[in-house]
Ligand binder design. Structure first.
Ligand SMILES: NC(=O)c1ccc[n+]([C@@H]2O[C@H](COP(=O)([O-])OP(=O)(O)OC[C@H]3O[C@@H](n4cnc5c(N)ncnc54)[C@H](OP(=O)(O)O)[C@@H]3O)[C@@H](O)[C@H]2O)c1
Length: 350
């Protein structure tokens, strides 16, 4: 009996160690792929490198920036990075429209921020809700200076779908694609409108060839982390193609990685592994630091006209070759339009 228990315990420890090793290896590759041989981040040419880094907070990167008179929409303000992003943008004077999956939760989050906020309901997996949210924003008849696509889910352990599409891809990418499509003309109305897409360096967890076009349902060989990686790759590619479509306008679109921050995002990760946090990269970043890159890309005067780039630690980086694949970005746009056809009527920015 005793030997059997020890054997089972041994197998358990072995499995955990193997899984932690796998995550650690992924983390090592993640860091290596976005750095040169000397360990410095790979930066795109011609994009200003600013004074901020991983330790900067959202308040620090927006100090001295006056956002009064500006309207900014942030999705997913009920916790984590979105809540802090809203708080700081409102603190700097912006009118922030903050979305939550229920109006009550959005209200409570908005009430916690100092400054002018407007709560709205947005459930990204319910495309009618996305259209209704966009209509409510349009009813305000205001230019949208900044639209932060922040809300997201990670590593859903069971394979779920929305209208036949894998749920993380549907939530993180398709829901935001639809929202932006319905509001992009309002972003264009602003003096220098910005779309800010919160992606992740976990986009490197997508399949080696990139988006699995023949498996958007996720039915074949579902892997929670690969599916998350694919949804975050889609975020980056969406921003890239949007920036191309916005060329010739004043508006810009950029994507970003906020850093690894200890938020509710990790709630779906298996507890036995201690979640993603301990295994991959210690959550050295606070939520105040985690919202810095979003707030910087949303507001930095130095970034007027900077578009189609990916930021991490408040600076431009090249996160992965798959995230700068213009052909894949164009294809993703077409595929997304096809999947959302019934909801896009009349408003798509195609
Ligand atoms: N934390 C990190 O280390 C990290 C790293 C890289 C990238 N990111 C990205 O950062 C963004 C914010 O994440 P976070 O860390 O702040 O996580 P979080 O604390 O879990 O916040 C996520 C937000 O998105 C909302 N949301 C989730 N599913 C939604 C849906 N179906 N419809 C509408 N809203 C939905 C959540 O609402 P509920 O509260 O109602 O669920 C919440 O407000 C995400 O896009 C994430 O992928 C985070």
């Amino acid at each position: 009996m005793w030997t059997r228990r020890r054997l089972i315990a041994g197998i358990g420890v072995g499995l955990c160690a193997a899984a932690v090793g796998l995550y650690a290896e992924r983390a090592r590759r993640w860091r290596a792929a976005s750095a040169d041989r000397a360990g410095n981040p790979v930066r795109p040419a011609g994009v200003p490198v600013g004074p901020f880094d991983a330790s900067s907070t959202a308040e620090e990167v927006t100090r001295g920036v006056d956002l009064s008179g500006k309207t900014m929409l942030v999705t997913g303000v009920t916790s984590g990075i979105g809540l802090e992003t809203m708080r700081v943008l409102a603190l700097r004077g912006a009118h922030v429209i903050g979305t939550g999956r229920t109006l009550d939760r959005a209200r409570a989050a908005c009430a916690s921020a100092r400054g002018r906020t407007t709560p709205l309901m947005l459930e990204l997996t319910d495309y009618s809700s996305v259209v209704a949210c966009a209509e409510a924003v349009r009813a305000l008849s205001l230019p949208i200076d900044v639209l932060v696509c922040n809300a997201g889910v990670m590593a859903l352990q069971t394979h779920e779908q929305v209208d036949g599409v894998e749920k993380q891809f549907a939530t993180n990418h398709l829901g935001h694609f639809l929202l932006v499509s319905h509001l992009i003309d309002r972003v264009n109305d602003a003096t220098q409108g910005r779309v800010v897409v919160v992606s992740s360096l976990a986009l490197q967890w997508a399949a080696p060839a990139g988006i699995e076009w023949d498996n958007l349902s996720g039915s074949r060989d579902y892997d929670p982390n690969r599916a998350y990686g694919q949804s975050k790759l889609a975020n980056a590619l969406f921003s890239l193609e949007l920036s191309r479509r916005l060329s010739g306008t004043r508006a810009t679109s950029n994507a970003l990685h906020p850093g690894v921050v200890d938020t509710r995002l990790f709630r779906h990760m298996p507890r036995s592994l201690g979640g993603f946090r301990g295994a991959v990269s210690p959550p050295k970043r606070t939520v105040e630091q985690g919202a810095a890159t979003s707030c910087y890309v949303a507001t930095a005067p130095a970034l007027v006209g900077v578009t189609g780039h990916f930021f991490a630690d408040c600076n431009p980086v090249i996160p992965d070759r798959r995230a700068v694949d213009r052909e894949a970005a164009a294809r993703l746009w077409t595929v997304s339009e096809q999947l959302l056809k019934p909801y896009l009527r009349g408003r798509a920015n195609s």
